[in-house]
Design a protein around this ligand. Structure first.
Ligand SMILES: NC(=O)c1ccc[n+]([C@@H]2O[C@H](COP(=O)([O-])OP(=O)(O)OC[C@H]3O[C@@H](n4cnc5c(N)ncnc54)[C@H](OP(=O)(O)O)[C@@H]3O)[C@@H](O)[C@H]2O)c1
Length: 212
């Protein structure tokens, strides 16, 4: 993810253009090295991303969207663009008519039993993806999806680019949303394994792994 120095990944109005061109190239080369790239429903609704590899040479990974109630519009670019495959993981609380419509539009839909309303059971989603050959998965965000993965102990690595902006706003999205951990004993401890000053000279890219 790319965060402002004050820890925001999008502004209150939803602007998330925090990356410089080098950061975008780094992201696209990471995408090309992965079997699939995953985002949550709100990221598709707010950013309408393509999630393809464009700024470097490389193949497009499978696009995986976690959308428990199928809120994403059928006009989203991850549906209309056919340069990569798209798989949507949803829950049984999603309208059956939308499932049918998405399949008609060429999207693969996996429907899992709903958890806490319309939440997708991520352990099950990852198990199915693994069976489909997704061994290396890049989760790009947003904050709610990352929180679910972090709180369920499902991340192997956390990469962040610190972008030279102050965005502010108590309701602006942060890299990890959700309820949060409480006391220090419960926080997820990380170890810094690598870092670099971005080629632009004004950003820091850091790679951490959880200390288990
Ligand atoms: N700067 C960056 O690098 C970067 C990268 C990515 C995104 N973003 C920003 O992040 C923002 C969106 O973040 P967000 O936190 O609001 O949303 P999000 O994580 O993209 O999507 C969250 C939604 O996914 C659905 N979902 C289903 N199962 C879930 C589960 N088990 N855990 C979590 N979510 C689940 C829920 O909707 P339902 O309840 O309807 O299923 C939930 O509201 C956008 O503004 C985008 O620009 C920034």
């Amino acid at each position: 993810m790319t965060s402002s120095v004050d820890g925001k990944i999008a502004s209150v109005s939803g602007d998330s253009r925090l990356s410089c061109m080098y950061d975008l190239r780094r992201l696209h080369s990471l995408r090309a090295s992965c079997d699939a790239v995953m985002v949550g429903a709100n990221t598709v609704i707010r950013d309408d991303p393509l999630l393809t590899v464009r700024y470097v040479e490389g193949r497009n990974p499978l696009r995986v969207i976690i959308d428990g109630s199928l809120r994403i519009p059928t006009t989203s670019r991850i549906i209309t663009d056919k340069s990569a495959k798209t798989l949507i993981v949803t829950s049984t609380s999603a309208p059956a008519s939308k499932v049918t419509e998405l399949i008609r539009l060429g999207v693969e839909v996996i429907c899992l039993p709903a958890e806490e309303g319309s939440k997708v059971k991520l352990t099950e989603a990852l198990r199915i993806l693994w069976k489909k050959g997704v061994k290396r998965l890049l989760v790009e965000g947003g904050g709610n999806l990352i929180w679910s993965l972090v709180s369920e102990g499902l991340i192997d690595e956390f990469r962040i680019t610190l972008s030279p902006y102050i965005v502010g706003g108590a309701r602006a999205v942060t890299p990890v949303e959700g309820n949060g951990f409480t006391s220090k004993e419960t926080w997820l401890r990380l170890k810094l394994v690598n870092y670099m000053i971005c080629e632009c000279g004004n950003e820091i890219h850091a790679i951490y792994v959880p200390i288990k």
